[in-house]
Design a protein around this ligand. Structure first.
Ligand code: GTP
Length: 264
């Protein structure tokens, strides 16, 4: 990014929201909710789909990788399996990404948010060169925030919670962008336990101690690492199904975008 966002070609709007999440976290349903919320609250949004293998999307995408790259053809042509096919499709699309940035730049005055959907296999985006290239292309032109969708009910055990947070932590340090944790599915399970564990690592360690499936010394060391990580992010509880927490989510995005403008 650019120091202080003071460069003349650096814009304040739109804010790019890159949505990532483990398979089953509800990423697609959440994005659909964000699109809907944008409509009803008169935010001017734009949607980019970067998942070449998705069959149907519940929302319309303004820019869709599937219009440019035929995933099934890529698999055949390069003799690849499903994951190799997705990765190669993303690589091909990344080589043209300056065109995507130009399209957004031309519409920048009419947009508040750009919502970016990423491949369902999270690591294809978070650990690939093309994912890094695409992220950097966004972040060098617009304020950019990563939204990490967490499956709250499935993170209620200390062990799964910690794995999920370590993954989020690795994304924060890899992208060096502001991160918002969206604890999804709060209609099924409240995320209060997560907030408590994040605020008080002794509470987390006590919970972990009662779970003997994990090395307690490792858990204790890692929870100290995570304690530092938690200070660098924002967390909100949301439900993609009920629509709960959408205002909180967009407030966290705005605050993160401010942080971006100050620090990047
Ligand atoms: P992709 O990997 O992009 O396909 O998305 P995903 O697997 O992360 O999630 P998807 O949106 O397909 O949702 C997975 C499951 O979680 C579906 O059965 C959804 O109906 C369910 N789900 C998603 N969000 C919520 C929510 O807020 N509450 C509840 N109760 N269920 C949800």
């Amino acid at each position: 990014g650019q120091p202080g966002g003071s460069s003349t070609n650096f814009r304040k709007k739109p804010v790019i929201i890159i949505v990532v999440g483990m398979a089953g976290s509800g990423k697609t349903t959440f994005l659909n909710r964000l699109v809907y919320h944008s409509h009803v609250s008169n935010h001017r949004g734009y949607v980019i789909n970067l998942d070449p293998a998705v069959m149907t999307l519940p929302f319309g995408a303004n820019i869709d990788i599937r219009d440019t790259v035929r995933y099934k053809e890529v698999m055949k042509q390069f003799n690849l399996g499903p994951n190799g096919g997705i990765l190669t499709s993303l690589n091909l699309f990344a080589t043209k990404f300056d065109e995507v940035i130009s399209v957004i730049e031309r519409r920048a005055d009419q947009l508040d948010y750009v919502l970016v959907d990423t491949p369902g296999q999270i690591e294809i985006f978070t650990w690939s060169a093309s994912g890094a290239i695409i992220t950097e292309a966004f972040a060098s032109t617009f304020p950019t925030v990563v939204a990490y969708v967490v499956d709250t009910p499935r993170s209620s055990s200390p062990v799964t919670f910690m794995s999920n947070m370590l993954y989020a932590c690795s994304i924060l340090y890899k992208t060096r962008l502001p991160l918002v944790l969206a604890f999804n599915k709060v209609d099924v399970a409240q995320h209060q336990f997560a907030l408590e564990w994040m605020e008080d690592f002794e509470a987390f360690q006590a919970a972990a101690a009662s779970d003997d499936s994990y090395s307690s010394t490792l858990t204790q060391s890692l929870s100290l690492v995570l304690d530092e990580f938690y200070k660098n992010l924002r967390s909100v509880g949301v439900s993609a199904v009920s629509g709960a927490g959408m205002e909180d989510f967009f407030e966290a995005i705005e605050a993160s975008a401010e942080e971006y403008m100050e620090n990047y």
